[in-house]
Design a binder for this molecule. Structure first.
Ligand code: FAD
Length: 499
């Protein structure tokens, strides 16, 4: 069977949905082909004994990009979604007994810095936040929003703008940037952890990433009522109103490319096992860029997208069926004794951390999710881990069950997992890699571990193949829900501006 669309979008993850909606809003006939049974991609869900929970993201930052997308589509975020804030948002714990709470109100957070670590630490916190804000304001227009930066585009900015760009602190590492401002060791850990918001190594990633602290602490982090999956469901709903056609359980097997004319369509495997050819002169790829290069484009197609980049870190994740507790924060983080060891283990020794940081999200608090009838609630657990090895060789179940043991042992030791509480869902980095082909289990696309990473990330328009666009965490501007929405925006704008 042959059908025809103006634009085919491969994948209904955040980037694919954002592109599809924007293109449809501009009158294009858009068909989304998604291998899974529903929208969301990594913003996924699962169910245990009738209770649904999120299996991917726990925190929404940069809400303005979600608002802007809904506004663009002729609705509002408030009409489609309810954001949730909780006090305290994050609770950081250390094995020496130290504790620090982060609140939606930065003044209240400052108070807790003073109470937990003293007034010198508060001065350091203030100085760091102002440095972080400064980086963000310089980076946002030049490296995040708009088309992918290149050395040429940065040089063309002119002297005044270049001075502004130099505020992004690109030549120090994140850790060096933190150490310059903060001497309090616990606060250093908190700031280093922001490297993991883009799956990078705080020891080598450019200090530019210190802007993430401001993005969360200053601009805010939110939950979504009913779960993070309410976001893709809302986007799908708005997309349908705009006429987007969604085909779930449809895996795209290849993109048809003519060496002169460019993209001509896609070959899709239907749930019945048939192959459909869908004609389209524009294709937006929300799948991982490595999957596009390895599988979706024929070997004879010159794509000019260069080598695969170093993936960001992965994570061992689980759902703990835990007793509801008044004193549990929305998000809890237990740091190890020496946090830098975790980055060395993952990025240098290529092994799961010996003493991992434990991250937990109580979904009943963070997202108002319902629990089970016996008074237990879903608590998401994540421990960082390396992505899968480059070769086809993947890690074994036994390898990950050893890590599961390390993580659960630590949770028990620090009373984060109590007698009778059990893990009812689990996903290893190996399983994540299988679910998202080409990703090698990376949570955030490519890591930003070098000064040149932002310049190497694939742009949203594939120059050497007419009609081919990229909208995902593995393309510009990188991973994380809001950035993927931006990726979808730039891909759609590029597709609309090309004849
Ligand atoms: C455990 C975890 C925790 C996270 N925590 C956070 C967080 O707290 N905050 C945050 O902002 N971000 C977080 N992230 C990252 C965030 O979820 C991702 O960066 C983002 O959702 C990725 O969106 P994407 O546009 O790259 O598409 P993806 O989610 O990667 O989706 C791509 C889609 O394409 C489909 N696809 C692939 N190949 C084909 C094909 N051949 N045919 C048809 N369909 C195909 C896939 O099935 C998938 O649905 C987390 C991710 C994970 C996994």
């Amino acid at each position: 069977m042959k059908s025809q669309c103006d634009v085919v979008v491969i994948g209904a993850g955040a980037g694919g949905l954002a592109s599809a909606l924007r293109l449809a809003k501009n009158g294009k006939k858009v068909c989304v082909y998604e291998a899974m049974e529903g929208p969301g991609g990594k913003i996924g869900t699962s169910i245990f004994e009738g209770v649904e929970f999120d299996t991917g993201p726990s925190l929404l930052t940069m809400r303005e990009h979600v608002e802007e997308l809904f506004d663009y589509c002729g609705t509002t975020m408030e009409a489609e979604l309810e954001l949730v804030e909780h006090e305290p948002g994050f609770r950081y714990l250390w094995t020496d007994g130290a504790k620090f709470d982060v609140y939606p109100d930065v003044e209240r957070t400052r108070q807790d810095v003073r109470e937990s670590f003293g007034s010198k630490a508060l001065d350091e916190f203030d100085a760091f936040l102002s440095y972080s804000k400064d980086i963000w304001e310089a980076a946002l227009p030049n490296f995040v929003e708009g088309e992918a930066p290149s050395f040429g585009s940065i040089l063309k900015l002119g002297v005044t703008k270049l001075k502004e760009v130099s505020r992004i602190d690109p030549f120090r590492s994140m850790l060096q940037g933190i150490e310059r401002h903060i001497s309090e060791p616990h606060l250093r850990d908190v700031m280093m952890r922001y490297a993991t918001y883009n799956g990078s190594n705080a020891l080598s990633a450019p200090a530019t990433l210190n802007c993430i602290a401001w993005v969360e602490l200053g601009l805010g982090g939110y939950g979504i009522r009913g779960g993070m999956s309410a976001l893709p469901l809302a986007l799908e709903r708005v997309g349908k109103r705009l006429g987007v056609e969604f085909y779930y359980g449809h895996r795209v097997e290849s993109i048809v490319v003519d060496s002169k004319r460019g993209v001509e369509g896609v070959k899709v495997r239907t749930p019945q096992g048939d192959t459909d050819v869908v004609r389209a002169t524009k294709v937006v790829v929300n799948a991982d860029v490595a999957h596009l290069k390895q599988s979706l484009l024929g070997e004879d197609v010159h794509h000019g997208m260069g080598e695969d980049l170093t993936p960001s870190m992965s994570g061992w994740t689980a759902i703990l069926k835990a007793r509801a507790r008044e004193d549990r924060a929305s998000h809890t983080v237990l740091f190890p004794e020496r946090y830098r060891d975790e980055f060395e283990d993952i990025f240098e020794r290529n092994r799961p951390p010996k003493t991992p940081t434990i991250y937990m999200c109580d979904q009943s608090k963070a997202h108002g999710r319902e629990g089970w009838d016996d008074g237990t609630v879903p608590v998401f657990v994540m421990a960082n881990a390396p992505c899968e090895p480059r070769e086809e060789r993947t890690q074994t179940d036994e390898y990950w069950s050893r890590y599961r043991e390390v993580v659960t042992q630590r949770m028990r030791e620090f009373q984060l997992m109590k007698e009778g509480e059990e893990i009812v869902w689990e996903r290893t980095p190996t399983q994540l890699a299988t679910q998202f082909p080409g990703s090698r289990g990376a949570i955030y696309g490519a890591a930003s571990n070098t000064q040149t990473a932002a310049f190497k990330r694939p742009a949203n328009r594939v120059k050497s193949i007419k009609g081919l666009y990229l909208a995902s965490g593995s393309a510009h501007p990188g991973g994380g829900v809001p950035l993927c929405l931006l990726s979808g925006k730039v891909a759609a704008e590029s597709a609309l501006s090309d004849r």
